[in-house]
Design a protein around this ligand. Structure first.
Ligand code: BJW
Length: 233
């Protein structure tokens, strides 16, 4: 039997209430930088010190923050849905993983990994990289680089019964296409955000993720998904 899946996409907004900055603040700056000055391969080639220092600062902040109620609720949904659940995150923090999510694709990489620029080897990494290091770089996806796991994501979206986007502005390709892809595949599409975005959503639930997501997850588990989990889990 073909079983529809639940696909959840998260962005920086889900981690905002854990104390991490979103990317596109009112001043257009991200941690005092224009995103393009630190999140491109060209920036790393021309000014590795600024880029390494920037990511060292972000990485050093991780131990001080913890997953919030929205991250934990998605773990409950994963447990209820089993293999019929998939989480895609654009976030490079590790809060979903620390909350306990396992069926996850981190499509923009992760701060706690580094990659060798020549061999492509990836290592787990929790400290600073030397600021003048040019062979090892943060394992994050910069503008113009290929996102991680896109074939798998496309496959998941084609089977989606429900697509839920949480805390993403929908300004960055290809994640900003996922709602439309899922909708074309027949999914109901819902976003949770402080404000409606331009994405292809059937419903917008406005409010902070920690207040909206736990209740939504409980309703999904008790309601229409309960039957699905029996078959898909
Ligand atoms: C709450 C909340 C609360 C707040 N509760 N909600 C022209 C030139 C060059 C490139 C392009 C171009 N046009 C298009 C492109 C492609 C480009 C792109 O999209 N650019 C646009 C910006 C113009 N995309 C790419 O380059 C991608 N790759 C690609 O296309 O590859 C093609 C390829 C194919 C084959 C071979 C090679 C290449 C890669 C994109 C990489 C994005 N990287 C970043 C940085 C990652 C590393 C790092 O973090 O340092 O990823 S950019 C940044 O934006 C980060 C995020 O993951 C991403 C998305 O941001 P997100 O999560 O949506 O955050 P915000 O801040 O924008 O929004 C937060 C939302 O939360 C808001 O809506 C709030 O309201 C809400 N919120 N608090 C609920 N409590």
């Amino acid at each position: 039997m073909s079983v529809g899946t639940v696909v959840v996409l998260t962005g920086a907004g889900i981690s905002a209430e854990s104390g991490l900055s979103t990317f596109r603040g009112p001043d257009g700056l991200w941690e005092g930088h224009h995103v393009a000055d630190v999140a491109t391969p060209e920036a790393f080639t021309h000014d590795p010190v600024t880029v390494q220092r920037f990511y060292n600062r972000l990485r050093a902040r991780l131990p001080a923050v913890t997953p919030n109620a929205a991250h934990h609720a998605l773990v409950r949904l994963e447990h209820a849905m089993g293999t019929a659940f998939h989480l895609i995150t654009q976030n490079i923090d590790d809060l979903h993983q620390r909350a306990g999510s396992t069926r996850i694709t981190a499509m923009h990489g992760g701060l706690t990994m580094i990659r060798h620029v020549d061999t492509g080897d990836v290592l787990s990494w929790h400290g600073d990289l030397p600021e003048n290091e040019q062979h090892w770089r943060p394992h994050v996806v910069w503008f113009g680089e290929r996102t991680i796991g896109l074939d798998h994501i496309t496959e998941m979206l084609s089977q989606a019964m429900l697509f839920l986007a949480i805390g993403t502005s929908g300004t960055v390709y290809p994640a900003n296409q996922f709602a439309a892809i899922a909708k074309r595949a027949g999914a109901t599409t819902i976003e949770v955000n402080l404000e409606a975005t331009a994405g292809a959503f059937d419903f917008t639930l406005t409010g902070p993720a920690t207040q909206v997501v736990p209740g939504l997850v409980e309703r999904l588990i008790e309601g229409p998904l309960a039957a699905l989990a029996v078959h898909g889990g």
